[in-house]
Design a protein around this ligand. Structure first.
Ligand SMILES: [Zn+2]
Ligand SMILES: [Zn+2]
Length: 354
């Protein structure tokens, strides 16, 4: 056992209600039976953390430690844990499936009916230490980080896994033309995953000029500023009037979701990857396009432990430009500053180092 094990308090950024996250001294988590204790080294800020900060979240009753894009070092393991030991560098998946429900049995582990999530059901990663429960280990929701991958890079595993889930549903494959709407971190990762899966022509669309400029690091074939060019027309021009085989809406925009139908080719597949505000999630949906062109519309929600493993191996193989993706690293005390950076659209991934 390391000296960390003798500490009784730790620093944590505690969500104390809407618009309030405070740096506090809190009790160290105890070593769970059959689980382990993690020294959190990196926890990236997710869009859902930003929403929780402003609007609350039904599974996150304050005071609570949020954060679910986590990488850290194991400092203590329960006697029964065989696969991991103190000193191991690991990343944990946000969502931990039960492995037993109808959806888990069908292999849809991201859809688990009794899923438990870090930052929701378990305290999250915006703290110096975190307990990892036995089911996380049993369900394979914890992976060892290869030596050449940094903690900051490994913290990108979870959002990347969600992107992989979206593209597995779409079956993005060799020869596809893929249009990605939105050049936030998720949109940029979609471009790279589409390329890794064999898409031959990738069109990246974004309203904000500075974001589009930033997105050039991720290697799409065409960049469209939707503020200056009519996006549907632009996609049709690039594709000789055919439209895109796959359209991924990676932004919470009603207009973009409506445009996605008009951008899709015959038998096109669409992913409504970003959710709309709960208060008004309705769009004008031209069902005749779906009917005549045999369009398929998919959702996408969280990721499975397998997809987290795929994401980590993609990062380890150097297939993700993590250097361009991680635009900011901040200490724990600056979590709210990080949230504001994301809101202003100034950065892509903001990683907190507790
Ligand atoms: Zn996330
Ligand atoms: Zn389940």
């Amino acid at each position: 056992m390391k000296s960390d094990g003798e500490k009784t308090v730790m620093k944590a950024a505690v969500y104390e209600g809407q618009e309030s996250i405070q740096l506090r001294q809190v009790n160290m988590p105890a070593l769970p039976q059959g689980g382990l204790l993690l020294r959190v080294k990196a926890c990236a800020i997710c869009g859902t953390d930003v929403r929780t900060f402003h609007h609350g979240h039904r599974s996150r009753q304050p005071p609570w430690i949020i954060g679910h894009e986590i990488a850290g070092q194991v400092i203590q393991v329960a006697d029964s844990v065989e696969r991991l030991k103190a000193g191991d560098r690991v990343t944990v998946a946000a969502a931990v499936p039960c492995g037993k429900c109808r959806f888990c049995v069908r292999g849809w582990r991201n859809m688990c009916a009794s899923v438990k999530a870090h930052g929701n059901h378990y305290p999250g990663g915006f703290a110096e230490y975190m307990a990892v429960m036995p089911e996380v280990i049993e369900q394979g929701a914890i992976s060892r980080i290869p030596d050449h991958v940094s903690y900051d890079e490994a913290a990108i595993t979870e959002p990347l896994a969600c992107v992989i889930n979206g593209q597995e549903l779409l079956n993005v494959s060799l020869g596809d033309t893929v249009a990605v709407i939105g050049a936030g971190p998720v949109g940029c990762m979609h471009v790279e995953v589409a390329r890794a899966r064999g898409a031959t022509r990738i069109i990246h669309l974004e309203l904000q000029a500075s974001r589009l400029e930033q997105a050039r690091a991720f290697g799409a074939d065409f960049y469209i500023n939707s503020d200056q060019q009519e996006p549907v027309k632009a996609v049709h021009e690039i594709t000789d009037g055919q439209g895109a085989d796959v359209v991924i809406v990676a932004c919470p925009s009603r207009e973009a979701q409506e445009q996605s139908l008009q951008m899709a080719a015959v038998r096109g597949r669409i992913s409504l990857f970003g959710g709309l505000p709960k208060s008004d999630p309705y769009i004008k949906f031209d069902s005749n396009i779906v009917h005549y062109k045999e369009i398929a519309v998919y959702g996408a929600f969280t990721s499975s432990p397998e997809q987290n493993q795929s994401a980590l191996s993609l990062i380890a193989a150097g297939r993700i430009n993590t250097q361009a993706l991680i635009t900011h690293t901040l200490p724990l005390a600056d979590l709210v500053k990080g949230i504001e950076i994301i809101e202003r659209g100034e950065g892509l991934k903001v990683v907190v180092n507790p």
